[in-house]
Design a binder for this molecule. Structure first.
Ligand SMILES: Nc1ncnc2c1ncn2[C@@H]1O[C@H](COP(=O)(O)OP(=O)(O)OP(=O)(O)O)[C@@H](O)[C@H]1O
Length: 352
């Protein structure tokens, strides 16, 4: 992904690489008619080619934000630019340059994948002479060629999601917004859908994904934004967020955990530059070592311990997970009542 991103960077006159924002939000607020302040000052800068994940508990404002980014809502305050176009003054250009997969499916279950894609081509204005080729290409991409002429109502949830995503790509948009695209899918179906999202990102598409599945965010996303109560509380790579909430803990069981062996082991750990400030505790069986990125120093650690004649009989490494990030940074908040959600309810912020 990084390589492709680099290839997509253009150069300015001085020959310096210039990164372009695919999605840029500045201090966006959205207040619904009933006074609900769903989004309270969101700023975002997602680069071309990035796979960006937007995480947050129920009711945090993810869907409201995504609808604002795709021009279905207008900010009460603040501004959004997508692919350089302002969502308020250039809404049409924005829509032509994006794909948006809402939580609710947009496919017609009575029609086949081919028919659904043909309708999408018409809707998105794909030139007639390019439609057949585009449909063939997408059927291959989402692995639905074998069932291209079967009605979608007979499909599994995963197949329907894949078809749904294909329909938002017919016009080859450079940016795709996916709102909780894998909710309700079984693990196998989810994996296949992930594979497909990775493919479109590898082909250069910027992906903005909201999800409640932390594993999904961890697997797919280059960078994450954590949303809580309508505000982004943290952004960063999955690894950076994980190391922000805790350190790695290495537990060593030593063959002969005498005072002398443990002393030699402590000295061996201290000799490693990355672990020289680690917190080391002597335990009955050996040692525990706590340090940022201790996981990545394991092989050097074992070499150093062997050189010090310390024999390790067992070891375990625990690292923070995105669950820890979520619980620590975003906190648990199931109190928001999302039952009032209604896409047809107009917002004070909605212009149309
Ligand atoms: N049309 C609406 N009118 C009034 N309030 C709304 C409307 N839609 C959403 N809300 C409220 O705005 C807040 C943010 O909702 P939103 O759907 O954006 O959150 P979310 O993070 O996408 O939640 P979920 O994960 O449950 O989809 C919630 O308090 C919700 O109840």
């Amino acid at each position: 992904m990084v390589l492709q991103q680099a290839q997509r960077q253009s150069e300015n006159e001085a020959g310096t690489a210039v990164r372009h924002s695919a999605i840029r939000a500045d201090d966006v607020h959205v207040t619904y008619d009933d006074g609900t302040e769903a989004v309270r000052g969101v700023s975002l800068d997602v680069e071309e080619g990035e796979f960006f994940g937007f995480l947050g508990p129920n009711g945090a404002g993810k869907t409201t934000t995504i609808k604002t980014l795709v021009t279905l809502l207008h900010p009460t305050q603040g501004s959004v630019r997508i692919n350089g176009y302002d969502t308020k003054t250039d809404a049409r250009a924005v829509r032509e340059s994006i794909g948006y997969m809402a939580q609710e499916t947009s496919i017609d279950f009575e029609l086949t994948p081919c028919e659904n894609l043909r309708i999408a081509c018409r809707m998105y204005g794909v030139p007639k002479d390019q439609r057949d080729e585009r449909i063939e290409e997408l059927l291959d991409l989402v692995d639905l060629r074998d069932v291209a002429d079967k009605r979608a109502e007979t499909f599994s949830g995963g197949m329907q999601k894949r078809l749904d995503t294909a329909t938002v790509l017919v016009h080859r948009p450079p940016v795709v917004f996916l709102d909780e695209p894998t909710t309700g899918l079984d693990p196998e179906a989810r994996l296949r859908v992930w594979n497909y999202f990775e493919k479109i990102n590898d082909q250069g598409t910027t992906v903005f994904l909201t999800t409640q599945y932390l594993e999904e965010a961890n697997e797919l996303c280059d960078r994450l934004g954590l949303l809580q109560d309508g505000r982004i509380t943290h952004t960063g790579t999955p690894d950076a967020l994980k190391s922000a909430v805790g350190t790695d803990t290495v537990t060593l069981t030593l063959k002969n955990p005498s005072d002398g062996t443990r002393r030699r082991a402590v000295n061996a750990v201290r000799r490693l530059k990355d672990l020289d400030t680690a917190t080391i505790e002597r335990t009955a069986d050996g040692l525990t070592i706590e340090a940022d990125n201790a996981r990545s120093t394991t092989s050097e650690l074992f070499t150093e311990l062997a050189a010090a004649d310390v024999e390790v009989t067992d070891f375990d490494i625990q690292s923070p997970t995105l669950d820890d990030v979520f619980l620590t940074l975003a906190g648990e908040d199931d109190s928001s009542d999302t039952s009032t959600k209604d896409d047809t309810v107009s917002a004070r912020a909605v212009a149309r």
